[in-house]
Write a protein that binds this ligand. Structure first.
Ligand code: PEP
Length: 688
């Protein structure tokens, strides 16, 4: 019942809708973090401070975490959207949501920080909104986790690793680029083209938020906080300034842009914002942490500003002492204004960063490595393009990001396709490795011939292969009644003999059963176990098969272990999960030494005796997957040595194409093993 429900079309739709909701959210969240890694690191820093951990954590940690988070979210999102590594990806997505959902509930309840920062500045959510969003995502993560195989794949398995690595490298490169320069898309109110003055406007009738600036001052080793109303005399030394909310009201996008001259304490905000001329703002939220690599450029720029009578202010939240130190170290002569630390971090994501404004309008921004030099500042700003408002088009930028993501990706796919084709044509490494394992063609006579007919066929085959030696191991698996007789004359150096089944009991009162020991005593060396007909008609469960396998091996028989999916499972794209579960259920309990006596036969049930064959590509894909499962369990060497046969309407006409595939090591043949010429035709496929 549960299986039918999980295979239903409705459920598949549900899974795919959930995977896209989850995937798109992760991609968006990872992307906005990669675009503004410094912003995310500030948020992480805020969390550390709120939880009293900031002192314990080295400075590099928030930024490293921020990049890692961007890469993780973007990578998981791309994996979900494209259906890459579905099982591992859905597990990881669920794990993330299991951690995040209770955490955001805690944040919503305790409110240590007003917005969680999960979508950076692109979409600011309250903590309760974030929790609600996470509950939805958690449900989606659970849905996709239950049946990951219902997620439609948009890539071949071969491409999965390439894309998996590429999405990670892309997100990492994007984050590093934005870290080294400025966010390629600016989601903050101080974006180029915005007017600071307009950003401060409170609509008529809206209740304004009341702010107050607190000054931390020091005298005789004693620190004290003052407001503008009780600002102390000059015997006190300024330490830092902070703008605090006294009463929350309508908050315009820009609510904290206040410039106070360092020396005088005068508020010059209006003068600067109303100035019809150019003003350069050198933003250094902390001079102690500012990069000094481009100080010469900054000093030259100041000279240029003086020469053309443009205003130039450095903005910082550092103490007067720290600013003096900066002046000493860099020879800075430009005036300093004090501004709130968070505001400065919001204005430009670079320390130092440069902003050019005119009448409050932000015309341009530069990170410290891109500050314009003498080669760019060749004339007054009025005559230069960099004196005009820089053209910013987020859609265009987004388009370029997509191009940067998709073009190299298309190239990788193309190279991979060409390379793989070459490999296939040239009997590449995989084929060389295959020579290490046995090529086998095994017949499964089933319940078709009486003793005389069976013996006659075995004799015919014996003679045919004596005359024309096969290029592979040949095995015939017969009903029990043929075994002892056929064993008498069969040249077992050329043709191996096997049974089609054996009991799951050692010996005793099991009327009609034939034990592994009895099979072995006939002279047989092989036994077929797990055939779909026995699983279906005789209800052989993985547990029963596990017992049979152990007994067969204990009695020195080699096991041809059959696995394969039904038509419904293939249509639901569940073949990989099915074969893996069959291996796990009955043979992956074996030691590596025991497993060396297992031959796997992949037989899609829908192809057995139906005339429908899996295409060589379909068969190769799943054979490679099965070998991967063996490698995962026992290591690459065991996997390389394991023969994996294909079974299902295999004939002399299609065998050469199937056997040419690197992971197909031969066939288990039903119908076509009942006639010597048909069977020999398949054996001869190894000679082509
Ligand atoms: C089989 O039953 O193992 C088998 C592969 O049958 P057929 O070749 O007839 O499809």
């Amino acid at each position: 019942m549960a299986t039918r429900w999980r295979n239903s079309v409705t459920w598949r739709w549900v899974v795919n809708i959930c995977r896209f909701i989850l995937g798109a959210t992760f991609v968006f969240s990872g992307f906005v973090k990669a675009v503004d890694p410094l912003g995310t690191s500030y948020k992480i820093q805020d969390y550390l401070t709120a939880f009293g951990l900031s002192e314990l954590v080295p400075d590099m940690v928030p930024i490293a975490l921020s990049v890692a988070l961007a890469v993780l979210e973007f990578g998981v999102g791309v994996h979900l959207m494209l259906g890459i590594k579905r099982r591992a990806t859905t597990r990881l997505a669920l794990l993330i949501m299991i951690v995040m959902t209770p955490l955001t509930l805690y944040l919503a309840l305790t409110n240590p920080i007003s917005d969680c920062g999960c979508f950076g500045d692109a979409l600011v959510l309250t903590n309760w909104q974030t929790f609600g969003k996470n509950v939805v995502l958690l449900i989606c993560a659970i849905v996709v986790f239950i049946t990951p195989w219902n997620m439609v794949r948009f890539l071949t398995k071969k491409m999965e690793w390439t894309l998996s690595n590429y999405s990670v490298v892309f997100a990492f490169a994007l984050a590093v680029y934005c870290l080294a320069t400025l966010p390629i898309i600016d989601f903050r109110p101080y974006r180029i083209g915005n007017n600071i003055r307009e950003g401060m406007v409170i609509p008529e009738g809206a209740k304004p938020t009341v702010f107050d600036t607190r000054f931390v001052m020091e005298k005789d080793g004693v620190k004290q906080t003052f407001t503008i109303d009780n600002y102390p005399d000059s015997t006190w030394t300024f330490i830092s300034a902070e703008t605090v909310v006294v009463e929350k009201g309508y908050e315009p996008p820009i609510h904290d842009f206040v410039m106070e001259e360092m020396e005088t304490g005068d508020d010059i905000t209006d003068d600067v914002l109303d100035d019809p001329g150019y003003t350069f703002l050198l933003v250094m939220h902390r001079t102690e942490e500012a990069n000094e690599g481009n100080i010469d450029l900054i000093n030259e720029l100041y000279e240029y500003s003086k020469e053309h009578e443009y205003k130039f202010y450095a903005l910082s939240s550092s103490s007067a002492e720290a600013i003096e130190l900066w002046r000493d170290r860099t020879g800075a002569e430009y005036p300093f204004c004090i501004m709130d630390d968070i505001t400065l971090k919001t204005i430009v994501r670079s320390n130092p960063g440069l902003v050019l404004i005119r009448e409050g309008m932000i015309l341009n921004k530069w990170c410290d490595s891109q500050i314009p030099d003498e080669f760019k500042l060749t004339a007054p700003l009025e005559e230069l393009t960099l004196g005009q408002t820089k053209e910013v088009n987020d859609l265009k930028t987004l388009g370029w990001v997509c191009v940067w993501f998709l073009v190299p990706l298309a190239l990788i796919v193309l190279i991979d396709r060409i390379f793989n084709k070459k490999n296939n044509n040239k009997n590449n490494n995989k084929l060389i490795k295959r020579s290490m394992r046995k090529k086998i063609v095994a017949g499964n006579w089933k319940m078709n011939m009486n003793l005389q007919e069976g013996v006659a066929l075995a004799k015919e085959l014996n003679e045919a292969l004596a005359a024309d030696k096969p290029n592979c191991d040949v095995v015939i698996c017969t009903p029990f009644i043929h075994l002892a007789t056929v064993a008498q004359f069969l040249n077992q150096d050329v043709i191996g003999l096997g049974a089609e089944n054996c009991a799951d009991k050692v010996k005793g009162a099991y009327t009609g059963e034939v034990s592994a020991e009895m099979v072995k005593s006939t002279g047989a060396q092989y036994v077929i176990l797990g055939h779909s007909e026995r699983r279906e008609y005789y209800k052989e469960t993985p547990e029963i098969l596990k017992e049979k396998v152990l007994l067969a091996l204990a009695n020195g028989l080699k096991v041809i272990f059959c696995i394969g999916e039904s038509l419904a499972e293939r249509e639901a794209n569940q073949q990989n999960e099915v074969v893996k579960a069959e291996l796990e259920g009955s043979v992956f309990n074996l030691s590596a030494a025991e497993f060396a006596n297992i031959i796997i036969a992949y037989e899609p049930i829908w192809a057995i005796g139906t005339g429908k064959t899996a295409t060589a590509e379909q068969a190769e894909e799943i054979h490679a997957y099965i070998r991967g499962c063996v490698a995962e369990k026992y290591g690459a060497e065991v996997a390389d040595n394991t023969s994996i046969l294909y079974g299902g309407s295999c004939k002399a006409s299609n065998a050469p194409e199937l056997f040419a595939k690197p992971d197909i090591d031969g066939g288990l043949i039903g119908g076509a093993s009942l006639k010597c010429t048909d069977f020999k035709g398949i054996i001869d496929a190894w000679k082509k």
